[in-house]
Design a protein. Structure first.
Length: 404
């Protein structure tokens, strides 16, 4: 008797890694495992040890994870990891299986789509970041460079081979449809979700992250500041507001952007800026409850390229958001549609400072309630149910139907 088809989830990041991608991929794998056999091919050391009866089988692939700043070593390690993934999939995939992966590292989806095509399996991609657009946005590539053109050519082949592309922002569809290999029927919109329970969290002077701050109004920044983020606009806005004693900036995180913030603060020593290194997962709720408003600072041209996963946890904490991005970006659309904060033009620290002033003077108490209500619509149950339904369609050998 022929064994039923399985789902192979491929991710460089998986628990015990604490990244958002690892948490998302683990949740998806475990939800799909309720309905089908799931094998996770992971690049995270120690991930196979976390497997348990009734949960997905985890296969660990040898992998090195240099820091993001070590670009050459990181690129080499990611290419080696992708080659090992390709070889592993050729031995594990069979006709009718479904391979599900994500865009980290950016070369991984090419290998997964190619291996699935060779083995006559289905393939689906969760599009967290669109390359080469992310690299162009970060200033690492020129849009007309040979590398950028080559990546777009490979993208066209990949999109033609994929059976489904899951986008986490509505703004991605326009950019995807530029590719001849992409068709609207392949696109499924499934937004990410809040990992914190949505609920009102009053601002408390006893909050451990707020105790030492005398200012009435605290502006927060939290999370990984990568190549797509602009730390300079945040610091320059703080510089413009340095004489306004009732406003203070509480900046926490990691990544090259946070290193940049540390360098600027070491030189300027602004009295209205406090830096906090990355907090433990158990302290995240307290951190997000400590500020009155939260910043998400993107560089220009973010629309369709990247969606901030931290956005949903900020809403879950009942906090308004000041988003630096184009108005057509997914998070900006949500902010405007539901009245959750302010959207600021990238590259304009003066306008960011104005938005902070406006937020500090806002009397819209219902904004916190709207944020929590919005977070509840982005529930893990809803998103994971959509993933399970999509995978079920692919396992049943049906084409992906377009959904609103």
């Amino acid at each position: 008797m022929r064994k039923p088809n399985k789902v192979v989830v491929v991710s460089q990041h998986y628990p015990p890694d604490h990244s958002t991608t690892a948490a998302i991929m683990a949740a998806i794998a475990e939800r799909i495992a309720e309905d089908a056999e799931v094998v996770v091919v992971s690049g995270m050391p120690g991930s196979a040890k976390a497997a348990a009866p009734g949960r997905p089988v985890v296969v660990e692939i040898k992998n090195r994870l240099p820091g993001k700043a070590a670009l050459i070593r990181r690129a080499t390690a990611e290419l080696l990891f992708t080659a090992r993934i390709f070889a592993a999939l050729l031995t594990r995939l069979k006709r009718g299986d479904v391979a599900l992966t994500v865009t980290a590292p950016f070369v991984l989806p090419y290998a997964v789509a190619a291996a699935a095509r060779l083995k006559r399996a289905k393939s689906a991609l969760i599009l967290h970041d669109l390359f080469p657009d992310v690299l162009v946005m970060a200033g690492l590539l020129r849009p007309t460079s040979l590398v950028a053109r080559a990546m777009r050519a490979i993208n066209a082949l990949m999109f033609r081979a994929l059976n489904a592309v899951i986008v986490i922002g509505r703004d991605a569809e326009k950019l995807l449809l530029r590719y001849r290999g992409m068709t609207p029927d392949k696109i499924r919109f499934i937004p990410n979700w809040a990992t914190l329970p949505p609920g009102p969290r009053p601002v408390s002077p006893d909050n451990p992250f707020r105790k030492a701050i005398a200012a009435r109004f605290v502006v927060g920044l939290s999370g990984n500041l990568g190549f797509t983020h602009d730390p300079d606009i945040v610091f320059e806005a703080a510089r413009l507001l340095r004489d306004e004693g009732d406003i203070h900036f509480l900046l926490s995180g990691w990544g090259i952007g946070f290193d940049r913030l540390k360098q600027m603060q070491a030189a300027a020593r602004l009295g209205n800026v406090t830096l906090v290194d990355r907090v433990a997962d158990g302290d995240l709720d307290a951190l997000l409850s400590s500020a009155d408003v939260w910043l998400i600072p993107y560089r220009k041209d973010v629309a369709g390229v990247s969606v901030p996963s931290r956005f949903y946890n900020l809403l879950a904490a009942g906090r308004p958001v000041i988003l630096v991005s184009e108005p057509e970006a997914e998070a900006a659309l949500t902010v405007k549609e539901s009245g959750l904060g302010w959207v600021v033009t990238p590259g304009r620290p003066d306008r960011l400072a104005d938005a902070v002033r406006l937020a500090s003077q806002s009397r819209d108490a219902a904004m916190a309630e709207r944020a929590v209500a919005a977070a509840r619509t982005y529930s893990p149950e809803r998103a994971l149910g959509s993933y399970a339904a999509l995978i079920g369609e692919l396992l049943c050998n049906r084409d992906v139907e377009r959904t609103a």
